[in-house]
Design a binder for this molecule. Structure first.
Ligand SMILES: C[S@@+](CC[C@H](N)C(=O)[O-])C[C@H]1O[C@@H](n2cnc3c(N)ncnc32)[C@H](O)[C@@H]1O
Length: 254
């Protein structure tokens, strides 16, 4: 999948709020090393540095487009182009942080213990992932994918439930963690503009499907999806659109 930082960052405020909320829960006074797995355009870098100016920040991401933006915007950090399935730091780190990224990869039963194993004793793993896959924004991706001649191309690409329920992560980590906190928050995102929920998913969950189609089919599939979403998320009287969005948080001390 190729990422379009401009489309993704149209909703930078909404996408960043959970990252800020997670960061506030990390009780480290002055971590020496912070790894941001799936750092994207580096939007967390200034927040890490504002809180921990001495920390050595490493952002890891597999998207050259996102990393180009990160390097241009926030050169204070180092960036590595790699998959978080494979890349591991040379030494254990004080904070392994990941916002809205680990759901892009499967096999969490091995990924999470592997990531947690690179955290120093006393350090933290802090992860946020969306868990909104049963909401109309996401179920209508499936409905639109099934509804046209593009179905054979799109259905194999759908990952129906990339994030498990909180208990799954507790069972994976509680025997390894000195302290473990797991919680969910549903944000009532107040969006503006025309069909903003469709614009929101276009920058993330919908993108791999759009990328898989030629221009004509892509336009028809996107129009089908947008019509469903406009109906599922009608405008409020003042023109805003409410987009409830549930997110899962995991904070584990090694
Ligand atoms: C939704 S963005 C989040 C970016 C950033 N964490 C933020 O909060 O702004 C997800 C990021 O995960 C990256 N990503 C997805 N799969 C990855 C993988 N297997 N290895 C490394 N990065 C990956 C994508 O390239 C993308 O930049």
């Amino acid at each position: 999948m190729t990422w379009d930082p401009t489309q993704y960052l149209k909703f930078a405020g909404e996408r960043l709020q959970p990252a800020i909320d997670l960061l506030q829960r990390v009780p480290l006074a002055s971590p020496g090393t912070v790894v941001d797995m799936g750092c994207g355009a580096g939007n967390l870098t200034p927040l890490f540095l504002a809180r921990w100016p001495e920390a050595k920040i490493t952002g890891v991401d597999s998207s050259p487009e996102m990393l180009a933006k990160a390097r241009a915007q926030y050169p204070q950090a180092s960036y590595v182009e790699a998959s978080f399935a494979e890349w591991r730091p040379p030494e254990p780190v004080d904070l392994l942080y990941s916002n809205a990224a680990l759901h892009w990869l499967g096999e969490h039963e091995t990924l999470f213990p592997s990531l947690f194993s690179i955290v120093k004793p006393g350090g933290y793993m802090a992860v946020q992932m969306p868990r909104n896959f049963a909401a109309p924004s996401h179920t209508n991706i499936l409905a639109a994918a099934e509804a046209g001649p593009w179905a054979p191309k799109l259905l194999p690409l759908l990952r129906r439930n990339p994030v498990s329920e909180p208990g799954f992560y507790w069972r994976l980590l509680h025997g390894k963690a000195a302290e473990l906190h797991i919680w969910e928050t549903e944000y009532t995102q107040v969006l503006s503009g025309e069909n903003p929920v469709a614009e929101f998913t276009k920058g993330s969950a919908l993108k791999p499907l759009l990328d898989a189609l030629g221009a004509e089919e892509r336009a028809a599939f996107e129009a089908d999806y947008r019509a469903r979403i406009a109906k599922a998320y009608p405008k409020e009287a003042n023109g805003s659109t409410l987009f409830p969005f549930r997110r899962l948080f995991i904070l584990a001390r090694a």
